[in-house]
Design a protein around this ligand. Structure first.
Ligand code: OAD
Length: 274
């Protein structure tokens, strides 16, 4: 057995016993699909935003900055807009747990909607940082449907230079992604109140755990829960509890290894299209 297989054994046992798994996802579960994460030193988004001429990298997702200058966000949105990227093996692994009635919840910071594309049902997903699914004016809150928003984005030669603008008040329109300076969706808090003491297995994956309040969820998992970190680096307080498992590897490699140990590998490869 490899070192990783040995480490994963208690997780495999828990899944075989029928325990339910909750996920706490970040950008690192989607890098294998070709989407950059935010904070990896050379490949992350924040290291590659020089062309957008921002005062500081995170300004691209700052609500006050957006209200003054929405252009950098819309330049980036063109690259990141969902629809171009396929789910990874890790996303499909989550779906396999759903198929076995062993998915508890998926808390995700990601706005790429790849959990949904992999077939995970809405009832399981908490998009803590919102998504591109709906759009509103930042001044008067008027809604704009996605097709209209996309048409505005394409209209680069038009009066608004490709910036979606409210038909009612002329304010800037933005997808309902949670920017710095904005509150998280209510559902995030109400669902977490219900879930936090019930968690049997928590898999924290592909996140640097730097953005709060999401970053504090893993430490709020009840002491009876088995916590597993799937990430290139050790983050948060994972590793401090005796039962914690640190799987410091690529997310897809861990998904493949788990699927093999559980005998789900053929099914996983089929979903992934191999
Ligand atoms: P980060 O970029 O901060 O962290 C990604 C983590 O995943 C890092 O620890 C990487 O080492 C790790 N990683 C990358 N690729 C991996 C792979 N293939 N396998 C395993 N680990 C991998 O991304 P998040 O934690 O998601 O917020 O960032 C949190 C929030 O900060 C985002 O939701 C976004 C950003 O500002 C908003 O936009 C509001």
């Amino acid at each position: 057995m490899t070192d990783l297989e040995l480490k994963l054994a208690p997780l495999v046992d828990a899944i075989k016993e029928g325990k339910k798994v909750a996920f706490f996802n970040g950008a690192g579960i989607s890098t294998a699909a070709g989407i950059p994460d935010f904070r990896s030193p050379n490949t992350g988004l924040y290291a590659n935003l020089a062309k957008l001429d921002l005062p500081y990298a995170e300004a691209v997702f700052d609500i006050d900055y957006f209200k003054e200058n929405p252009k950098p966000f819309y330049t980036l949105a063109e690259e990141l807009y969902p629809g171009k990227f396929p789910p990874t093996k890790f996303h499909h692994f989550i779906k396999l747990l759903q198929d076995r009635d062993q998915l508890h919840r998926v808390y995700t910071q990601n706005i790429d909607t790849l959990e949904r594309l992999a077939g995970v049902k809405d009832e399981f997903i908490i998009e803590a940082h919102g998504s591109f699914a709906n759009n509103h004016c930042v001044d008067c809150s008027e809604e704009m449907d996605t097709e209209t928003l996309k048409a505005h984005m394409r209209d680069k030669q038009g009066k608004q230079n490709g910036i979606p603008t409210c038909t009612k008040c002329n304010g800037y329109v933005k997808p309902d992604i949670v920017f710095f300076g904005e509150g998280l969706p209510k559902k995030f808090f109400t669902q977490w109140d219900q879930d936090c003491d019930q968690i049997e297995v928590a898999i924290v994956a592909g996140t640097s755990l730097t953005v709060h309040p999401f970053a504090s969820l893993p430490s709020d998992v009840g002491k009876k829960g088995l916590r597993v970190l799937v990430n290139k680096d050790r983050v948060g307080d994972l590793g401090r509890r005796k039962s914690d498992i640190l799987a410091l590897h690529e997310c897809d490699h861990v998904a493949e290894t788990l699927a093999t140990l559980l005998g789900w590998d053929k099914e996983l490869n089929k979903l992934y299209g191999e």
